[in-house]
Design a protein around this ligand. Structure first.
Ligand SMILES: Cc1cc2nc3c(=O)[nH]c(=O)nc-3n(C[C@H](O)[C@H](O)[C@H](O)COP(=O)(O)OP(=O)(O)OC[C@H]3O[C@@H](n4cnc5c(N)ncnc54)[C@H](O)[C@@H]3O)c2cc1C
Length: 392
């Protein structure tokens, strides 16, 4: 006979730890099962080691999902201010970087320690190094067989995350459990991920690896004003990572390399003023040098005075609307998150419980709710975890 609990939480990441702690503090007997040797490995590498743990501008518009309204309820009931007050109660110093992104002053370890302290307060039993096999699709009690024995509970919270970064423990267990219980899954795909140039693009741009530029990157109607970064194989940087979440195979990413400059107006007025420089020289004042050189390297040149209106318009149009058709993404090994996941139509937006399977909950990244870059994914982890913890 195995140990019996009120709640089994599968996965010791942000969502699982927070849910286990909160349910434990409500008096539930909770066990958390994690396959890694330590919990919270992704938290430790997040935000460049400082964990961008929330975003003060968090709104439902910062999330992608087949059902854009699903996240509203949970996000409204557990807000960034709630998590900030928890962080402050634990004496963790923090700062705002840009765009409402909050980071630890010290290290991401402080967030893991905070979650572990909360789990201790809630009397949560944590089993690490614990390989889990999917439970049989029986109604409660749920029985979970693991390398550390057999666990039983009336409620099961699946917080096993997405497929990103397999080397630190990602598995498809959550999707398999969903399938076993007849809960639909929106096909997962890498998101917040660098994009790849096709062969010709690589030949043309790979020597710019390391060059960054301010831009607006757009895909499927969503636009992001941040930096892009050339890599050896394609494009990255925050603007591209954000756009990648909206990009689908075969689609175009449109990039405005001069978002603050009306370059056509500038070229035309300088020509009218009799300036003798080449258009390239004027454009180069607004771009990183290496990018400007490469951008115009197939240009025969010519001075402004002899450049036609059509030619100036074409130069400006290409700079404001550089169309890139990526050949793919860097995949799950580089993707910060996984888009898609457990279909929200099958879940209660108040509690995260599967509508057809009482006692079965899905929280965090395993659900088809994906945040923009900037602390939104952790805020979803906290909010969805709180929703489930308050219901079990
Ligand atoms: C490099 C990087 C940096 C990031 N930085 C930020 C940031 O600064 N801000 C932000 O908001 N978001 C950031 N993210 C995204 C954020 O980390 C995730 O969205 C968030 O951690 C998801 O939490 P989760 O608990 O749902 O899943 P996870 O954190 O992925 O946790 C899932 C847990 O389940 C365990 N597990 C999986 N399968 C099994 C199994 N079969 N048996 C037992 N356990 C299992 C895993 O080992 C893991 O510990 C970053 C992501 C990456 C990869």
């Amino acid at each position: 006979m195995g140990d019996s609990f009120d709640l089994i939480v599968l996965g010791g990441g942000a969502a699982g730890l927070f849910c286990a702690a909160r349910a434990g503090r409500r008096g539930r007997r909770v066990v958390l099962l994690e396959r890694n040797r330590e919990v919270g490995r992704k938290i430790l590498i997040s935000g460049g080691g400082r964990c961008n743990f929330t975003n003060i501008h968090c709104r439902p518009e910062h999330f992608l999902s087949n059902n854009p309204h699903f996240a509203r309820s949970a996000l409204a009931r557990y807000t960034p201010a709630d998590f900030i007050s928890l962080v402050e109660r634990h004496g963790v110093a923090w700062h705002e970087k840009t765009l409402g992104q909050l980071f630890c002053d010290g290290s991401a370890r402080q967030i893991v320690d905070l979650l572990l302290a909360e789990c201790r307060d809630g009397g949560v039993r944590i089993e690490v190094d614990c390989d889990v096999t999917a439970p049989p699709p029986a109604r409660p009690p749920f029985v979970v067989e693991t390398s550390r024995g057999r666990f039983e509970a009336l409620s099961l919270v699946v917080a096993t995350g997405g497929l990103s970064i397999p080397k630190i423990g990602a598995t498809d267990l959550g999707y398999r459990i969903a399938a076993q219980f007849g809960v639909p899954v929106v096909p997962p795909r890498p998101a917040l991920v660098p994009l790849l140039f096709d062969e010709a693009g690589r030949r043309r741009w790979s020597e710019l690896a390391g060059v960054a530029a301010d831009c607006v990157a757009s895909a499927s109607g969503a636009s992001f004003r941040e930096q892009l970064l050339f890599t050896h194989r394609g494009l990255s940087g925050p603007a591209i990572l954000q756009a990648s979440s909206y990009w689908h195979d075969g689609g175009t990413v449109e990039i405005d390399l001069l978002p603050d400059v009306d370059i056509l107006a500038e070229l035309t007025s300088r020509r009218a003023a009799g300036e003798t420089a080449a258009p390239k020289t004027i454009v180069a004042r607004h771009l990183p040098n290496r990018l400007a050189d490469r951008w115009f390297d197939d240009d025969v040149g010519g001075v402004l005075a002899t450049t036609s209106n059509e030619r100036l318009a074409a130069i400006a149009d290409r700079l404001h609307r550089w169309s890139v058709v990526p050949s793919g993404t860097e995949g799950y090994t580089k993707a910060e998150v996984t888009a898609g996941g457990v279909d929200t139509r099958a879940l209660s937006s108040r509690t995260m419980e599967a509508r057809e399977v009482p006692g079965l909950y899905f929280i965090g990244e395993v659900v088809d709710v994906t945040g923009h870059l900037g602390g939104f994914n952790f805020q979803w982890a906290w909010a969805s975890a709180a929703a489930a913890a308050d219901a079990v």
